[in-house]
Design a protein around this ligand. Structure first.
Ligand SMILES: [Zn+2]
Length: 443
């Protein structure tokens, strides 16, 4: 992959293709990619044969619909066919350059694969995002994504390096040292999970530094929702006096999308993936503006290509042009949540991110909260949810009972569901330096 020519505003000319140009590009790429997949992926050779699909006959996007969806369960099952690499690896062992693993705590971690060319492509996409977010040569990028068993740290490092920034590969531990380094060396760009960016700011204040006085001007967050939850983003921006941008990726599709300066939801890198948005139950296409599950097909992946991958992420797509000049579709408001995490409370669909928006937007509440599903909110007969239970930290000295009532009322008003709120003293909930798990489901 050669470096794409970039100008003052856009890293890659493909970001501003007209929709017609983009479609032609995608069609040609899909035809090439399906040919490659059919020749090299044992898993897809079987699947294509099962439905009588010949890649050479591919003529339009509708032909893709003949192929089955690929779900995580299919992926894991295919690992046992030829362990430990499985049926998805589509390059020779000599051309395998990187293996990352899923972060599943209960299931056996599943591997994903990259060739050297795949890694180049990944770095170039990351550079594209950083460039859109105002990062340039001369910036000092302190990477606070963890490097341990997680794709984010190395991915971001390679991307910012490619762009020409100086990288401090710091990881997500040693919080005090992070802050001292940041102030001593004048780091201008940081990245990490939204929870960690807030936590880091809080610790900085305790150490006598004001994060708003740091040289940080751009913060990229990812790994969990938050960058597109307005109240969370505002909290980070106020704390750091910097612009906060969301990055959207997954282990299987490093990386999918990014916030542009307009921040109306991340742009999907449509020259890297072909995206479908499908109804979670019927699997039919949903229209722009309607929620559905994002399904992705790699357009030029070598080592571990995926076709019609069910991300499980619920999104609302908008394919109209963005005022930033980019034409790639946006996911309005970011990822709404995991299709699996959606709670149904008395018939109302509730994503944890909607609850977060209200907690973070209510005065007196701090960053930490948990959403608990247990028997106290389940109907004993049907098992269906009657409401939700929330534990959330409040400022020192606050009237906990009064704040609990305020938050419960706000949730009732905005989501029309009943919430049992337990305001907690600052510091009482477990902290996280990596991905926060805010939804706690007790069987
Ligand atoms: Zn834009």
């Amino acid at each position: 992959m050669t470096t794409s020519p970039h100008n003052e505003t856009f890293w890659d000319q493909r970001e501003t293709f007209s929709r017609d140009q983009l479609e032609s590009y995608q069609l040609a790429a899909l035809k090439r990619q399906l040919g490659y997949v059919g020749a090299n992926s044992v898993y897809y050779q079987k699947k294509f044969a099962e439905v009588g699909f010949k890649p050479g006959d591919f003529n339009g996007f509708e032909d893709l619909k003949r192929l089955p969806l690929t779900k995580k369960v299919d992926y894991v099952a295919a690992l046992s066919n030829d362990p430990p690499f499985g049926d998805f690896l589509a390059v020779d062992r000599e051309n395998l350059a990187r293996i990352h693993f899923s972060s599943g705590t209960s299931a056996k971690p599943a591997p994903q694969f990259w060739s050297a060319r795949d890694l180049e492509r990944w770095a170039d996409l990351y550079a594209r995002y950083a460039y859109a977010q105002g990062v340039r040569r001369g910036d000092i990028f302190q990477c606070l994504f963890t490097y341990s068993w997680f794709v984010g740290g190395l991915g971001a490092t390679a991307g910012y390096q490619r762009l020409g920034a100086a990288v401090i590969p710091a990881g997500s531990q040693d919080t005090e040292r992070q802050i001292r380094t940041m102030f001593e060396f004048g780091s201008t760009v940081i990245c990490g999970t939204p929870s960690f960016m807030v936590y880091l700011g809080e610790v900085a204040k305790k150490l006598g530094y004001d994060p708003a006085d740091s040289k940080v001007h751009s913060i990229m967050v990812g790994g969990e929702p938050g960058g597109n939850i307005p109240a969370t983003r505002q909290r980070i921006e106020k704390l750091w006096d910097a612009r906060c941008y969301d990055a959207y990726g997954s282990l299987e599709f490093q990386t999918i999308g990014f916030d542009c300066p307009e921040r109306q939801g991340p742009h999907v890198a449509e020259d890297f993936v072909y995206a479908e948005v499908l109804d979670a139950k019927t699997g039919n296409d949903v229209a722009d503006g309607e929620p559905g599950v994002l399904v992705l097909t790699h357009l030029d992946k070598e080592a571990g290509p995926l076709v019609r991958w069910w991300t499980g992420d619920v999104v609302v797509r908008d394919q109209s042009p963005c005022s930033c000049g980019r034409t790639h579709a946006r996911l309005l408001g970011g990822v709404k949540g995991r299709a699996d995490d959606m709670l149904i409370v008395r018939g109302v669909n509730v994503f944890p991110s909607a609850v977060e928006e209200i907690v973070r937007g209510t005065d007196g509440f701090l960053n930490e909260y948990r959403l608990i599903v247990d028997d106290s909110v389940r109907d004993p007969d049907s098992g269906l949810l009657k409401g939700i239970r929330i534990q959330a930290e409040v400022e020192d000295g606050a009237d906990q009972d009064a704040l609990s009532a305020v938050l419960a009322a706000a949730i009732k008003e905005k989501l029309n569901i009943r919430a049992t709120v337990q305001a907690m003293p600052q510091g009482s909930l477990p902290r996280t330096e990596h991905k926060a798990s805010r939804l706690v489901v007790q069987p």
